[in-house]
Ligand binder design. Structure first.
Ligand code: F0G
Length: 451
């Protein structure tokens, strides 16, 4: 059975090619831009390849009760909207997706909002949103007969790739910036058996080295320039719409690093609307760290029309990226939906992360930029109290436990970074105390805590 319906369309010049024709660096041979997966049959309202909205909603819900491995994946459950494989039997799955949409009641109350949600993509098998993209793109690699896959990474992509490659019986090569990724992520790549090279450079340097390697050796590139990654990463949009009974939130807030995820979610909502499953799309806003903010700067200067790379610095290491590959795609998603792009400081990230932790959810620092950004949007009157907002939490709190411990011990930020935010941070710090091993000493400690 051939399930495959896709072509690749260049985001820059519009050139169309078939999937196997793509170059190994996934750049357009005509203009050098990136590709997007396109399903031609969906354009014709009565065409035979155009999915039927009512039937799809029913089918996707039924699959939640199915025992089939493919149906138990929150990505492949929606396979009618990602027909990228010749045979869905080639899919490599770890039961990714189907992540929770939590209400953030405390935070909503503090911000005077009615409805605030967190889509927790850290609840995926390897602890980040990368699993949804990896199941899609790695399945293509397997179907096309590759023996080796590779990525440059700030940590989460490499963890996901290593796990899915191991499941598929493929070998994987990871390039990471030496000393600049969280230990939890490095340990995953090692545990899942990747060949892990720490390069004496930053993420952007790792990307440069890898794009030359894939031109010289038959290794399949699994960075987010690979358009199949985004087909998997669009599926949380389907889950959000389904969870809200096929309505969409007013606003989606996404962290920005290499800038692929925001456009993937935008594509997901766009396709739902085009196929008649939802009536409209949410605004999509992207938040970057102040020290790694090339797109936020670009929006300030010229509404995201051109972008100057920066030398990136932030403790949110997942988004420590100065030259994001997919910035044009992200800029278009923001402009088309009427969202915003902004940056937030190290102190704002740390406070927001502790607040999400205090809701009993937790997330890694890069995910917390979403709440920090939302606070700014509310402060500027760009988000009204009656609007419904979904924050995309991209990674699990255990990915970077050092960051959390340093925050609660008060050693995370420099004086300069915390200047003006000391009171807010002190109110959130919960250092572990060393107490004599007696009931009296523990009870005395409890007495000392107010509230
Ligand atoms: N949040 C987390 C936890 C991430 O790991 C990343 C990216 C992002 C947000 C940004 O997403 O790149 O699509 O804008 N991490 C990549 C990696 C770069 O290698 O793991 P983006």
């Amino acid at each position: 059975m051939n399930d495959n319906l896709h072509t690749l369309r260049c985001f820059g010049c519009g050139a169309r090619i078939s999937g196997p024709e793509a170059r190994s660096d996934f750049r357009c041979a005509q203009c050098g831009d990136l590709f997007e997966v396109e399903y031609a049959g969906w354009g014709h309202r009565q065409g035979p390849d155009r999915p039927n909205p009512g039937a799809l909603k029913w089918l996707w819900r039924e699959r939640r009760c199915s025992g089939e491995a493919l149906d138990q994946s929150g990505v492949w459950r929606f396979r009618e909207l990602l027909p990228i494989l010749d045979n869905f039997g080639n899919a490599v799955s770890l039961h990714e997706g189907n992540t929770p949409l939590y209400e953030l009641k405390q935070t909503a109350r503090a911000l005077g909002m009615d409805r605030l949600f967190a889509k927790h993509q850290g609840m995926n098998p390897t602890g980040s949103f990368k699993d949804t993209g990896m199941t899609a793109a790695l399945s293509v690699a397997r179907e096309r007969g590759f023996k080796w896959v590779a990525c440059a990474s700030t940590g989460n992509t490499s963890a996901a790739m290593a796990a899915y490659a191991a499941r598929a019986g493929l070998r994987s090569l990871v390039l990471i910036p030496e000393g600049k990724i969280a230990w939890g992520k490095l340990s995953q790549a090692m545990d899942y058996g990747a060949v892990t090279c720490q390069l004496e450079t930053d993420f952007d340097g790792c990307v440069r080295v890898l794009s030359e390697i894939v031109n010289q050796a038959p290794i399949y590139l699994l960075n987010s320039v690979n358009p199949y990654r985004l087909e998997g990463q669009k599926t949380p949009a389907f889950e959000i719409a389904e969870a809200l009974d096929w309505t969409v939130p007013d606003h989606l807030i996404v962290p920005g690093g290499n800038l692929a995820n925001s456009s993937a979610l935008g594509k997901g909502f766009r396709e739902l609307r085009e196929l008649g499953l939802v009536a409209r799309v949410p605004k999509i806003s992207v938040v970057q760290a102040e020290g790694a903010n090339p797109l936020a700067r670009s929006f300030l200067q010229n509404n995201g029309e051109t972008m100057e790379p920066v030398s990136a610095q932030t403790r949110a290491t997942a988004i420590r990226i100065g030259n994001p590959a997919s910035w044009r795609k992200a800029a278009k998603a923001i402009r088309d939906t009427g969202g915003w792009c902004m940056d937030v400081s190290e102190a704002e990230i740390a406070i927001a992360k502790a607040e999400i932790g205090a809701e009993g959810l937790g997330c890694e620092p890069a995910s917390a930029v979403t709440l920090a950004g939302l606070k700014k949007l509310c402060g500027d009157g760009k988000v009204a109290p009656t609007e419904s907002v979904v924050l995309i939490l991209t990674g699990h709190t255990l990915k970077d436990a050092d960051y959390t411990i340093d925050f609660h011990r008060g050693t995370l930020l420099t004086e300069q970074e915390s200047h003006g935010s000391e009171a807010a941070m002190n109110g959130l710090k919960r250092d572990a105390v060393v107490v004599e091993a007696t009931p009296e000493a523990v009870l005395a400690t409890l007495k000392g805590i107010s509230g």
